[in-house]
Write a protein that binds this ligand. Structure first.
Ligand SMILES: Cc1cc2nc3c(=O)[nH]c(=O)nc-3n(C[C@H](O)[C@H](O)[C@H](O)COP(=O)(O)OP(=O)(O)OC[C@H]3O[C@@H](n4cnc5c(N)ncnc54)[C@H](O)[C@@H]3O)c2cc1C
Length: 314
């Protein structure tokens, strides 16, 4: 499969990148590691007039201690962040989710910004154009209804970032630089809760950094996937305990991570937290496993994870 023709630009700073986006009148996409974008372009899911490569912007690649916050540049690579001492010391849930992301060769290319902004996935959507045409285009491709749940007017694609749930348990914030302003939001506000258009980014906005409160935490991440060596999550569960407050986040089972707070002792409140998550999620048959199995595994992974983390914290 060959991507359609596009212009390629490689700006030196964020301002130039945003200006280039404007020059192409919005028909451009930003490129970081390309491990999500390039397969999408090859499948014909994305046909931009221009690709604006952010990799030369050095200020976006660093991890810095800023006192009350750790700033992680959006272009920092997964492989580098998981080995960063600050991340290992303060954010064990994030260290574990970075380790669980795809495989090491992709971690050496993929960035944390691209990981958060990867598009949602569906068995009926991440296919070649030829395959998709034979089925008729779904909602996410501009069609009339969902192909996973015939007749449905809602898109059920799954947002499969392994690191978003971990960052949600750590109360992370994101910084966006656009044509008009630089703004900082709670990570939760990055999501629209709509799988066919999962992010609230304005046209031309660049995710420049992720800010995580510099507070010691206990935590971890567990993931359900077909092959331990590489696959996307069919379900991801993150847990962090910061200053005696617990947060459980569940990802890859809808258009965004779902988060619930837990009170101590955490082991006693797992059932309640899982119930609160399950009220929000609606898994359907759009992955390689049964939706009921994925739903049941929420409580299995949550119990394993919280018990293990609290055992280690003693
Ligand atoms: C075989 C395979 C297995 C994978 N397994 C996993 C997995 O297990 N878990 C997982 O989480 N992911 C997985 N991925 C997806 C992907 O590899 C990672 O999510 C990776 O971190 C994406 O980062 P990237 O820099 O390559 O993103 P890119 O492909 O460069 O970008 C992703 C999207 O974000 C946009 N974008 C990128 N950076 C910015 C920015 N700074 N500002 C604004 N927009 C931006 C791009 O336009 C694009 O739409 C897998 C991919 C493959 C091919």
């Amino acid at each position: 499969m060959i991507a359609s023709k596009f212009a390629f630009r490689s700006p030196k700073d964020v301002e130039e990148a945003v200006r280039l986006y404007r020059e192409f009148q919005g028909e451009a996409v930003y490129l970081s590691g390309g491990t999500d974008l390039v397969p999408r372009m090859k499948l014909g899911l994305e046909k931009p007039k221009a690709v604006i490569d952010l990799k030369r912007i050095a200020s976006l690649t660093t991890v810095e201690d800023q006192g009350d916050w750790i700033r992680i540049g959006a272009l920092a690579r997964i492989f580098d962040i998981k080995q960063n001492n600050l991340v290992r010391q303060y954010f064990p849930a994030l260290e574990a989710s970075l380790e669980a992301t795809s495989c090491e060769s992709l971690q050496m290319r993929g960035t944390i910004g691209g990981n958060l902004l990867q598009n949602s996935r569906c068995l009926f959507y991440n296919q070649s154009e030829f395959w998709r045409r034979s089925k008729g285009f779904c909602l996410k491709m501009g069609g009339e209804s969902c192909n996973a749940v015939p007749g449905a007017k809602t898109c059920f694609a799954n947002y499969c970032s392994d690191n978003a749930p971990a960052l949600r348990t750590l109360s992370a914030e994101v910084e966006l630089s656009g044509p008009d302003e630089v703004r900082r939001l709670d990570l939760e506000e990055l999501y629209t809760n709509k799988a066919d258009k999962p992010f609230s980014l304005q046209p031309g906005e660049i995710l420049t950094a992720i800010f995580v409160p510099k507070k010691k935490s206990d935590g971890g991440y567990k993931k359900l996937r077909v092959r331990g060596a590489v696959d996307y999550p069919l379900l991801g569960v993150a847990f962090s305990s910061v200053e005696r407050t617990g947060k459980l986040a569940v990802g890859a089972i809808g258009p965004k991570p779902y988060v619930v707070e837990m009170k101590q002792p955490f082991q006693d409140t797992i059932g309640k937290a899982v119930k609160a998550v399950l009220k929000q999620v609606r898994p359907v048959g759009n992955t390689v496993v049964d939706p009921d199995y994925r739903k049941r595994m929420v409580s299995v992974l949550a119990a394993r994870l919280v018990n293990k983390v609290m055992e280690g914290a003693k």
